[in-house]
Design a protein around this ligand. Sequence first.
Ligand code: GYE
Length: 362
Amino acid sequence: MHLRKIAPIAGMAVLSVSLLAGCGGGSNSSDDNAASSGAAADCPLVDAEDPGNSEAPADVPTAENAPKLAQSSSYSVAFSQNASNNPWRLAETESMKSEAEKAGIDLTITDANNDQSKQIADIKGLIAQKPDALFIAPITEQLGNVVKDAAAAGIPVFLLDRDVDHSVAEPGTDYVTVIQSDFIQEGKRAAVQMAKATNGNATIIELEGTTGASPAIDRKKGFDDAIKDCPGMKIVVSQDADFTRAKGQSVTETLLQSHPDATAIYAHNDEMALGAIAAVKAIGKEPGKDIQVVSIDGEKDGLKAVQAGDMYATVECSPRFGTSAFQTMADYAAGKPVPTLIINSDQLFTKDNAAENVDKAY
Ligand code: GYE
């Protein structure tokens, strides 16, 4: 079953429990906030606790029909990375490299430079080399066909951090599994932080990740769904800024001109948020005061921005896939059941814990 069909149910359950806890908590100070702005009472997210990680998705089938992987003491493995233009990608690649080294695995890595046709060509080239297993961090969900090509060539594929279209490539058949964070839940968590930052009154610019990438689709969905409960929170414009700092800045510059009344920016990753913060400062407005910024990832510069008060919060999306990637591969080779969807656990970074986490960040 696809995460998008599962997560809203699991996520909603967690969220509603938190909301009850928030209401039952009887916090006078937040009631005062509500009274002063007249908004919080209308927006249950303002007093909600961080919804945290979603519950483990139920009914995930195990991979039964994907190409098998024979157990060996010396694997040759390939990894198609979609880009190396930001700290998140570099940290993911580094994590894959160092775990491969520890396990004595020969790892070939290609970098698609954020270009879908290059990634398809990269993967075709890797398939021709017949690696024992192929890890792919797909740039968008449209890479299903080339994933199928790998399976047809008898190579077990493991997707990392982004998914492909299930109507094209079947989980458990065309690929073994996808290891990722629950992006819908990340969007919900970001929405709760945004509600707190703005007391439930926000005119929001949304910076979307690369169009067609599963984190862009799901981070939008999770956030949009969550703020439906808050009539004072409105996304006035939502635009693709390709997960990059440069586009985060240029897109925000343009959008601040067409939406001078914006009071908040929700960015699908820290890089875009950091670009947005630069754009806000460039027009003489103060991030964290005139415009609240919330994002996702938890990279070092993101945590520094939280510490500086430029960013209200960032929801962690860990790039450190190496351990789970190679453990999952080993389990698969050993014939253990591998679920077709594996969800990472992530934390939340706010001004309360940014300082203690910044040194560990990438
Ligand atoms: O959040 C972003 C990166 O696919 C989960 O891609 C990943 C996202 C991550 O470029 O910063």
